[in-house]
Write a protein that binds this ligand. Structure first.
Ligand SMILES: O=C(CO)[C@@H](O)[C@H](O)COP(=O)(O)O
Ligand SMILES: [Fe+2]
Length: 235
């Protein structure tokens, strides 16, 4: 799939909930993906942690690759690693549709964003709660997606940082409508409306999906809130 087809595929889903696979049952990964598919998920968010950029370890490209031929869902990789440039080829080879890395890990991201896009994959830039919008503003023209962290990266199940609502508003104003805006951390039915009204497109949700008995009910409830309160889409 080329870059523009991938972008259309993601845009056609918006607004949507991307279940964070950090919070799924690792002993039943394939079954979890099949369940999410039946429950209407369209995007899988893969949190890759190296125990260095963040104080936690999760999984890597081999695991993503081994599940790639089990699903057609959009693969959204969130690399919380210190040296994404070194490992990029592994994530391209794993079949990711979007690859997001952190500005705190790569302060000069232009070349890496280009490598990702040249491979036909959507390029994303993420930033931590303490990093201002102004730090990523120079790169809006080079990214397909910006991911705003609404918790400190490293763990699921943390509380949503309320100032992220105002930050999302600043981000939308600065980025315009061309960049897809994602929000990640502490998102659930009680916290989603603020970022929706501020202009978020894509909502990463771990605990609020996998902590529920029925993933489909959780996803639909949040997607309804996102549609009712968020930006209007022509798709
Ligand atoms: O990137 C991260 C954490 O670093 C996230 O994707 C979380 O895994 C989301 O989990 P919840 O906050 O929704 O439980
Ligand atoms: Fe994430």
């Amino acid at each position: 799939m080329d870059h523009s087809t991938r972008k259309q595929k993601l845009r056609a889903c918006l607004p949507t909930i991307a279940p964070s696979m950090l919070k799924c049952d690792y002993g039943n990964l394939q079954a979890e993906i099949e369940q999410l598919t039946r429950d209407g998920a369209q995007v899988l968010h893969w949190d890759v942690m190296d125990g260095h950029f963040v104080p936690n370890l999760s999984y890597g490209a081999l695991l993503l690759k081994s599940l790639r031929n089990k699903t057609d869902l959009f693969y959204d990789a969130h690399l919380m690693i210190s040296d994404p440039d070194r490992y990029l080829d592994d994530y391209l080879d794993a079949g990711c549709d979007a690859i997001t890395f952190h500005i705190e890990a790569v302060p000069e991201p232009t070349a890496l964003l280009k490598r990702i896009k040249d491979a036909g994959v959507l390029a994303g830039l993420s930033f931590n709660p303490q990093t201002p919008v102004s730090a990523i503003e120079p790169f809006f023209g080079e990214t397909d997606l910006v991911l705003l962290m609404s918790v400190e990266p490293g763990f699921g199940g943390q509380s949503f940082i309320e100032s992220s609502v105002e930050k999302m508003q600043q981000l939308r104003t600065a980025a315009g409508l061309d960049v897809i805006l994602s929000i990640d951390g502490g998102i659930g039915p009680d916290t989603l409306s603020g970022p929706a009204r501020s202009g978020a497109d894509l909502y990463v949700a771990g605990s609020s999906v996998f902590g529920e008995e029925d993933y489909g009910v959780a996803i639909r409830e949040m997607e309804t809130l996102a549609r009712d309160q968020g930006p209007t889409y022509s798709n």
